[in-house]
Design a protein around this ligand. Structure first.
Ligand code: ADP
Length: 390
């Protein structure tokens, strides 16, 4: 009996042991599976985090360069690589190895020494100059030890170009205005000193003064450029306006025996009438000035598409050399400087035309073949006839 009980107890103990062991194993497996799942998720989060970081850095417009505490590149974003024209992997290289630029390597040293560098202007050694503004700062951990250096690069090229254009403009303006203003001053003083008592001299001097004030076109152009001129947009009937412009320039054309023709069909533009008159007057005046004596100048036009009309001014003069076609609408550009000056030109007329047309949302261009005349085209938004004022 005792033996039987002992065997039963042993069997029960063994059974309980196996039952516990199995249960324990099951739990162990579950814990392990949970741990694995946790690790997998953590890895995924890190991968997602890195990918997000990568996307973020690569979507930045500024170039970003991060250097680790061993002076090696840890990260260079896409903008940085584009700015420096680099296609290879930079991670792990020193700045000098990666870019071969002493100035930049020195800048990194300076930032590491001083803790930061602000607004450093760096010129890239390329054919087409590129200017960068660099801001750099060191990154430290909570114990104050330097972990690395971060540099941010802004592309300053466009700003520098604008600055240069502005400087050139100011220099050109002062240069262009110096002579006419001193002439105006001189003739006005001579008139005040007594010349005004002679009507013939007065007339001649006043004409000289008037001609020289044409240079004040410069003021129109700077107003147009800065957007200070507001357009008074209305439906404008182009044919009668062309007629008026041709009428005003009849005497000038007559002096060269140039025939003026109005071929504008029934066209309505949405435009500022005074500004459109200025555009036509400039183009016709040029066509007379630079066209041939005994020639013909005409204004024409057509409906372009549903929303636009196209107007053109054509002459049969010597035309424009092909190499000048692209530059004609630039400020102060003149094919023949001496000839233009002699005619009282400033090289600003076409630039004013371009600004006015563009302010209307239109385009301006020229077609010309050597010795076959020139045709200047521009587009304007179409207007509604029913809304024309009498
Ligand atoms: P400006 O007449 O004051 O010199 P514009 O800006 O009106 O300045 O014209 C720029 C230059 O374009 C002129 O100097 C001239 O050389 C050239 N040009 C303009 N219109 C014509 C044309 N119809 N035929 C030939 N050359 C032209």
């Amino acid at each position: 009996m005792l033996l039987f009980l002992t065997i039963l107890a042993v069997a029960a103990a063994v059974g309980i042991h196996f039952w516990w062991r199995q249960k324990f194993r099951r739990q162990q497996r579950q814990v392990q599976a949970k741990m694995e799942e946790f690790q997998r998720r953590q890895q995924q989060t890190t991968i997602d985090g890195n990918a997000q970081q990568q996307v973020l850095f690569n979507s930045m417009l500024e170039g970003l360069l991060v250097i680790d505490r061993n002076h090696r590149i840890y990260l260079a974003n896409r903008a940085f690589k584009n700015l420096f024209g680099i296609k290879t992997e930079l991670r792990g290289k020193t700045v000098m190895e990666a870019l071969r630029m002493h100035e930049l390597a020195e800048l990194v040293d300076r930032a590491e020494g001083a803790g930061q560098v602000f607004d450093y202007e760096l010129k890239l050694p390329e054919l087409s100059e590129r200017w960068l503004q660099v801001n750099a700062a060191t990154i430290s951990n909570s114990a104050g030890d330097r972990e690395g250096t971060i540099l941010v690069f802004h592309d300053l090229t466009r700003l520098k170009q604008l600055e240069r254009t502005r400087e050139e403009f100011v220099a050109n303006v002062s240069h262009e205005l110096r002579t006419p203003l001193s002439l105006i001053k001189g003739y006005a003083e001579t008139l005040l000193d007594g010349a005004r008592n002679d009507p013939a001299i007065t007339e001649r001097f006043l004409k000289i003064i008037e001609r020289n004030t044409q240079r004040l076109d410069l003021l129109t152009i700077s107003a147009l450029e800065s957007g200070r001129i507001k357009l008074n947009l209305q439906p404008v009937n182009v044919h009668p306006l062309a007629e008026k412009v041709l009428g005003d320039l009849k005497a000038r054309a007559g002096a060269k025996n140039v025939k003026l023709v109005n071929n504008v069909p029934d066209l309505i533009a949405t435009a500022d009438e005074n500004r459109l008159e200025q555009v036509l007057a400039n183009l016709v005046d040029n066509a007379i000035k630079y066209g041939r004596a005994q020639g013909a100048v005409s204004i024409g036009g057509q409906k372009n598409d549903a929303d636009q009309i196209e107007i053109f001014v054509q002459d049969d003069g010597p035309g424009i050399p092909p190499e000048s076609l692209d530059r004609l609408f630039e400020r102060f550009y003149r094919v023949d400087k001496a000839r233009s000056r002699e005619q009282g030109g400033t090289g600003l007329g076409l630039s004013i035309v371009k600004h006015i047309v563009q302010n209307h949302g239109g385009k301006v261009w020229v077609k010309s073949e050597f010795d076959k005349g020139a045709t200047f085209f521009f587009t304007l938004p179409k207007g509604e006839k029913s809304q024309l004022r009498d």
